[in-house]
Design a binder for this molecule. Structure first.
Ligand SMILES: *[C@@H]1O[C@H](CO)[C@@H](O)[C@H](O)[C@H]1NC(C)=O
Ligand SMILES: *[C@@H]1O[C@H](CO)[C@@H](O)[C@H](O)[C@H]1NC(C)=O
Ligand SMILES: *[C@@H]1O[C@H](CO)[C@@H](O)[C@H](O)[C@H]1NC(C)=O
Length: 580
């Protein structure tokens, strides 16, 4: 008996005393490491590679994430884990080929201190088209938000075929990549207080594909895990994202792999043993041929879907939902998003002659109709667009700037619509920004300009250019170093941007009354009457009616052609038919 008591006493002492840098979580103990921020050299704690689900390997490959068992002993969380497996074709950063691992469901926590304080938390989600992610702190480091006394969390989740293959049944219902995020959010919600974070003040900050994830999760049951949202340059209204008929594509993928079966069980069993390289190689071919031309939109062979099951995560199209968003939202995009997508024409404008011959008709929104590519209406619709965007309605080798504008607007229109939807549906404020700043940290645009021969039309900021203002991009360390020597009264744009974002995370308002650093800026919330937004350029300016004329063009374009659609297809011009 004495021995047992002795044992119990010893045991409880050992669980109480945590070594430095150790935290007891719901699933076991983790040990982190210490870093210093770049500018202020403020110490902070990092816990990297904390698992939040059972590794999605073997039989679990395409399945919804499974909760994990607690671990024993102390988990060393001191090194960055590789990203989820993906196939990169990043021309800008010259990264090509397969990268990452399948056992990848880990999160990272960066906190100013592990103590009793409850700091607001920002969760950063970044990916490109739900296909590619990033190299964590080697690409985006949390320094600036740490200096604002925020806890920063990043989450790895499955991408591409691994995250989004679906058989649209109970075995593989789809959206696994999004469900990974939700499982991580639940873990964060249960544990972040032990890392000096406040579980009742969590903001999801999504950029590009990450923004699409946020835009989808905000209308799902995952919403209980966060309290405000930032949506940068990505919207689920962009017709490229939500997919249909993915079950057919899964079987098509099987066929390409010479798995001939109509049994989902067999198909899955076989797909589970195919190498990632083989899956990447064939994934694109499992999509219908000529999809782009037939549907006037991009495609992800495997992407998010509206699930059949009422208990699914995403159960309706965002445009069909009228529920109150009810949390503060910040949303915006950059002034020349189209630059990155037009890199070919910045480098070799001669290729624009092919654009004139075979104009890429692209719809900026998920629509209830498409154009029949063999009907004359298809060419007339393209003509409408050319007449609006291109001088004399013709694409020539001098048209690079105009092409950039067209491609950028195709993306921007869905974001503007999303901002309007939120403003219409939410009882909480929506803050709308337009990022048009070109300074020291526009990493993407600078990479583009290095290779470009065309300078015309390259003003402003391209896609992703806001990120190195919010996060430290290690490639730009020399440039950040210059900020160190600035005197306090010369606080620059970068600091102000971080401050506004941090304020939004803390107070649900980017420019609260009493912020002295920002007291010359008052960013009003956006609504459908005043339509006020913040222009982030050389100066910060409140303006109204962002790109009114160009967005009006698309409103009218859609209205005009929608009327001529029969059973969802625009075939031939009605007027033409009447003439015959
Ligand atoms: C990460 O870096 C490695 C090599 O350093 C590279 O091969 C890979 O493409 C990068 N991945 C991403 C997602 O940027
Ligand atoms: C605003 O929401 C209502 C439903 O509450 C809807 O009928 C209307 O079309 C929406 N307006 C806009 C501009 O989205
Ligand atoms: C502004 O005032 C509010 C309410 O008094 C306070 O909670 C908040 O910390 C202040 N914000 C700043 C940025 O000082």
């Amino acid at each position: 008996m004495k021995e047992i008591i002795h044992f119990i006493v010893l045991f409880s002492i050992s669980t109480l005393v945590l070594a430095k840098n150790e935290v007891e979580t719901t699933h076991g103990r983790v040990a982190g490491t210490q870093f210093k921020t770049f500018l202020e050299e403020k110490k902070y704690q990092a816990f990297m590679g904390i698992p939040f689900a059972t590794p999605p390997v073997k039989d679990l490959r395409f399945k919804s994430p499974q909760s994990m068992k607690p671990w024993e002993g102390v988990l060393k969380a001191t090194k960055i884990k590789p990203a989820c497996i993906q196939y990169n074709y990043n021309v800008l950063k010259s990264q090509y080929g397969e990268y990452g691992v399948e056992d990848c469901l880990y999160l990272d926590i960066f906190t100013p201190a592990v103590d009793e304080n409850k700091r607001p938390v920002v969760i950063f989600l970044y990916n490109e088209r739900l296909q590619n992610s990033y190299n964590k702190t080697k690409d985006y480091s949390p320094d600036f938000f740490i200096e604002e006394d925020l806890v920063v969390v990043t989450i790895s989740h499955r991408l591409t075929v691994f995250g989004f293959l679906s058989l649209e049944d109970d075995t593989v219902p789809g959206n696994a990549g999004l469900k990974d995020i939700v499982m991580a959010l639940e873990w964060i919600s249960n544990n972040i207080d032990k890392f000096g974070g406040d579980p009742s003040k969590i903001t999801l900050l999504g950029a590009q594909g990450g923004a699409v994830a946020v835009d989808l999760l905000i209308r799902s049951k995952a919403k209980k895990f966060f309290h405000s949202a930032i949506i940068q340059s990505g919207s689920s209204l962009n017709p490229m994202y939500l997919q249909e008929k993915v079950r057919d594509r899964a079987f098509e993928l099987g066929k390409l792999l010479e798995i001939s079966t109509s049994s989902t069980h067999r198909l899955l069993e076989e797909l589970n043993s195919v190498s990632p390289s083989k899956l990447f190689e064939l994934e694109y071919r499992a999509a219908p041929d000529d999809y782009f031309k037939d549907n006037q939109k991009g495609i992800l062979t495997f992407g998010p879907i509206v699930e059949k099951h009422a208990n699914g995560l995403i159960t309706e199209y965002p445009e069909d939902s009228f529920e109150n968003i009810n949390i503060p939202v910040m949303i915006g995009f950059n002034s020349r998003e189209g630059l990155a997508a037009s890199h070919l024409y910045l480098e070799t404008p001669n290729y624009l002659t092919y654009v004139e011959k075979d104009f890429p008709l692209l719809m900026p929104l998920r629509l209830k109709f498409r154009f029949d590519p063999f009907a004359s209406s298809y060419y007339n619709a393209a003509k409408d667009i050319k007449n609006f965007y291109f001088k004399k309605g013709k694409v020539t080798i001098k048209s690079t700037p105009e092409y950039v504008t067209y491609i950028g607007d195709v993306v921007a229109y869905s974001l503007d619509k999303t901002a309007k939807m939120y403003a219409n549906l939410s009882s909480k404020p929506v803050y709308y920004y337009h990022f048009d700043y070109y300074g020291d940290f526009n990493e993407n645009k600078d990479l583009l300009l290095k290779k470009a021969v065309v300078e015309d039309g390259t003003w402003g900021a391209t896609i992703g250019d806001e990120l190195c203002y919010l996060f430290r991009c290690p490639n730009l360390n020399d440039k950040y170093a210059k900020l160190k020597s600035l005197e306090a009264d010369k606080i620059g744009t970068q600091k102000k941007i971080v401050k506004m974002w941090a304020n939004f995370v803390k107070y649900g308002n980017p420019t609260p009354e009493n912020d002295s650093l920002l007291n010359d800026i008052k960013w009003p919330s956006y609504n459908l009457e005043t339509k006020e937004y913040l222009l982030i350029g050389k100066n910060f300016q409140v303006k109204t009616n962002l790109w009114q004329e160009r967005f009006k063009f698309w409103d009218n374009f859609i209205k005009k052609w929608e009327k001529r659609a029969h059973n969802g297809v625009v075939t031939d011009d009605k007027s033409k038919r009447d003439e015959l």
